[in-house]
Design a protein around this ligand. Structure first.
Ligand SMILES: C[S@@+](CC[C@H](N)C(=O)[O-])C[C@H]1O[C@@H](n2cnc3c(N)ncnc32)[C@H](O)[C@@H]1O
Length: 227
């Protein structure tokens, strides 16, 4: 009798743990997407649709994308990028995992978005202050707490003058210390949300709401404007 296939959820968690234990905090994303493409793992955040809080923000804000640029951070398989590209933004969507980027291109044939492999911690210089809209969903929190300040800074630095940054993240109460969080993910405190703001990039709205799937989980939706 053949061995039963291992539970893909268990495989996903093991892949993350192995990389983290080897001090390779970003290597597991490519390994996970690659295992998932073979059917051996699941990508837990791959919703097959844009994030509901991004869809909500679009509905409320009705942003006009024609003639504007957008950057989607840690874009995964592209669902958020497609929503933004459909608004008319000239959209660049990037991920550290080449397999995720291949899947994004495959999922969305004929897409207007540009899908590229890049590392948030070392982005192309040409992206600096270049995007009218930057969308960051769950990438910073997927990195260990010690990498988060550098990642947060890079997210903020890609916003153009007059541009908007939208951040969606799981929320962590301020009184829960870093050591008490066994990531991934490492949800963001209010202080971590405030840290996306810089002297030129002002926090203009922050909303906390419970996850419909699990009301014990709170999420942030934060919007910033570069003067
Ligand atoms: C938790 S997932 C969220 C994906 C997507 N934003 C979403 O909400 O469905 C984090 C994503 O960020 C990507 N990622 C992690 N570290 C990265 C880095 N340093 N640069 C670019 N992408 C990164 C991962 O490959 C993964 O696709």
């Amino acid at each position: 009798m053949s061995e039963p296939a291992e539970d893909p959820d268990v495989v996903s968690r093991r892949i993350a743990r192995e990389s983290l234990d080897q001090d390779d905090p970003t290597g597991w994303f490519e390994r996970l997407y690659s295992a998932a493409s073979e059917g051996d793992a699941v990508v837990p955040w791959d919703r097959g649709a844009a994030h509901p809080l991004l869809a909500e923000w679009v509905e409320e804000s009705q942003p006009a994308g024609a003639g504007k640029t957008a950057l989607i951070v840690g874009a995964g398989t592209g669902w958020d990028a497609e929503l933004i590209a459909d608004l008319g933004y000239d959209t660049t969507a990037f991920d550290i995992s080449p397999t995720a980027i291949q899947a994004a291109r495959r999922n969305h044939p004929g897409s207007q978005a540009h899908y590229v492999t890049a590392d948030l911690l070392a982005p192309p210089a040409a992206w600096h202050h270049a995007f009218d809209l930057v969308v960051e969903i769950y990438t910073v929190q997927a990195l260990p707490v010690e990498l988060q300040p550098a990642a947060t800074k890079q997210v903020s630095e890609q916003v153009a003058p007059g541009g908007t940054l939208l951040v969606i993240a799981a929320a962590r109460p301020d009184d829960v210390p870093d050591e008490a969080v066994e990531g991934p993910p490492w949800p963001l405190t209010r202080a971590a949300i405030d840290a996306f703001a810089t002297p030129g990039l002002r926090l203009i709205e922050v909303i906390q709401s419970p996850s419909p799937a699990d009301p014990t989980i709170q999420r942030w939706r934060a919007e910033y404007l570069r003067e």
